[in-house]
Design a protein around this ligand. Structure first.
Ligand code: MN
Length: 234
């Protein structure tokens, strides 16, 4: 069987060219690497120019990537936010909801984890506890999380895991999903959607930690395994 296709959502950025700064659809290399390492074929999907629902009929899994803030207006708040790209929010909300409806395996990282909560009716906060943000530990980890029994994430990692913490938004009120991991200072750090074959959100960036902590690769291995299952039966 050929390798399953995993759609990675692009991060829109203006990039320098000889003609000046021009809008690009981008993604860091390591996210492609961890999917390929797991046995999947990663493909970059622009967050514009593509019909999200139609695209889902051609891929076996989706990875919602990190990036700037979700527009607070989308969860009824006027909180301050940074780097809002509304067309990206709209595309990824459509994509997340369609993947949930169609049982497409879904892994949501950092901003993606927050967006998944908004897609399911939850809200975010822009006030994480003091010192929760820690960009220094992006590869080595910044805090640990306690993981609840009876979750896929707990089956992968056990009840405790060291994670990085490069986020200044967090889940406030959970939507129609289950928070299954918290940091010591009470931030929701991982979620799962019950009744779906594989829909997991993590507030940290596992793709940056796999060199120092190889077990972080298990999330991508599990996503690609779920993608293989879907490919077999669709
Ligand atoms: Mn954190």
């Amino acid at each position: 069987m050929s390798r399953p296709l995993v759609a990675l959502t692009a991060i829109p950025k203006d990039a320098g060219t000889p003609m000046g700064a021009i809008p690009h659809q981008t993604l860091n290399d390591v996210t492609f690497e961890v999917i390929a390492e797991a046995g999947g074929d990663p493909i970059l999907v622009p967050v514009k120019w593509v019909d999200a629902r139609e695209m889902l009929t051609r891929v076996d899994a989706v990875l919602l990537t990190g990036g700037g803030d979700v527009d607070p207006a989308l969860y009824g708040s006027s909180d301050p936010a940074e780097e809002i790209i509304r067309h990206r929010d709209d595309f990824e909300l459509e994509l997340a909801r369609a993947a949930l409806e169609q049982d497409v395996p879904l892994l949501a990282i950092c901003r993606g984890h927050q967006l998944l909560n908004v897609a399911l009716g939850g809200t975010l906060t822009s006030s994480v506890p003091p010192n929760h943000w820690d960009v220094e530990g992006w590869r080595t980890g910044a805090h640990s999380v306690t993981i609840e029994p009876g979750s896929k994430v707990q089956e992968m990692f056990g009840s405790s895991l060291r994670v990085n913490s490069i986020h200044h938004q967090a889940i406030d009120r959970p939507g129609d999903l289950r928070v299954i991991a918290y940091s010591g200072d009470g931030v929701p750090e991982a979620v799962e959607v019950d009744g779906h074959p594989f829909a997991i959100g993590v507030q940290w960036h596992p793709e940056f930690m796999t060199k120092e902590f190889p077990e972080q690769q298990l999330l991508f291995d599990a996503l690609v395994e779920a993608a293989r299952e879907r490919k077999r039966y669709r």
